[in-house]
Design a protein around this ligand. Structure first.
Ligand SMILES: O=C(O)CCC(=O)C(=O)O
Ligand SMILES: [Fe+2]
Length: 203
């Protein structure tokens, strides 16, 4: 029996959001496992910094990213086309744990490395056509805690925010991407790096 008091894979909360289905598991991975995975991913992932084009202007993306998958299907967003690397054994292990609670078989993992508080991820929805309708997105966080903001596309007063903890899992499904945007804002605080993994199905 596993009597680890610091991790409870089943401890979860459903966020209070209309037109969305978002479940947060604050202690999905225990702290020791999470720290080991953070260190390994930092070293072994093929991190890159791409240029993105928004409204015709090109910028360096304010974070590092990488794509892994069990197929060779590319993923295109913000005018970047990423081709996947094969899953590493750690990514495969994490994916299998996440699949047990989400009831979905993911093909692909997009990873983000936020090096410091100036790295960020602007308002967007994960609604690219490769993801299909009402995609299930499972998002795992390791390292520094960062704020995650949601805002409804139409109901301007509908907002939600939470701090994504080391070892946490956030599942977004149903109409979440259709009806809401999300972001990781910058912060002026001096903070440590954070790694985020978003598991998706790319058809
Ligand atoms: O870093 C995060 O928690 C969010 C990442 C994200 O929204 C994305 O990669 O689409
Ligand atoms: Fe996203």
């Amino acid at each position: 029996m596993n009597l680890d008091l610091f991790s409870d894979q089943n401890d979860s909360v459903q966020l209070d959001m209309v037109d969305a289905d978002v479940i947060y598991y604050p202690t999905f991975f225990d702290p020791t496992t999470s720290t080991n995975l953070f260190k390994t991913l930092l070293k072994t992932i093929n991190w890159q910094q791409d240029d993105i084009t928004i409204f015709g202007k090109t910028y360096q993306q304010p974070r590092l990213t990488s794509l892994y998958a069990n197929n060779s299907n590319p993923y295109t967003y913000s005018n970047i086309t990423m081709t996947p690397n094969p899953f590493t054994k750690e990514l495969q292990w994490i994916k299998e744990r996440v699949e047990v609670v989400s009831n979905v078989k993911f093909t692909t993992c997009l990873l983000n490395l936020y090096r410091d508080g100036m790295d960020s991820n602007g308002w967007h929805a994960d609604n690219e056509k490769e993801l299909g309708n009402n995609p299930v997105i499972a998002s795992v966080s390791f390292g520094e805690e960062r704020w995650f903001h949601f805002k409804h596309r139409i109901h301007k007063t509908a907002k939600q925010k939470l701090k994504l903890k080391h070892g946490s899992l956030l599942i977004m499904q149903g109409k979440t991407q259709e009806c809401w945007l999300h972001q990781i804002p910058k912060t002026k605080k001096i903070i440590q790096p954070r790694i985020n993994l978003t598991f998706r199905i790319i058809k």
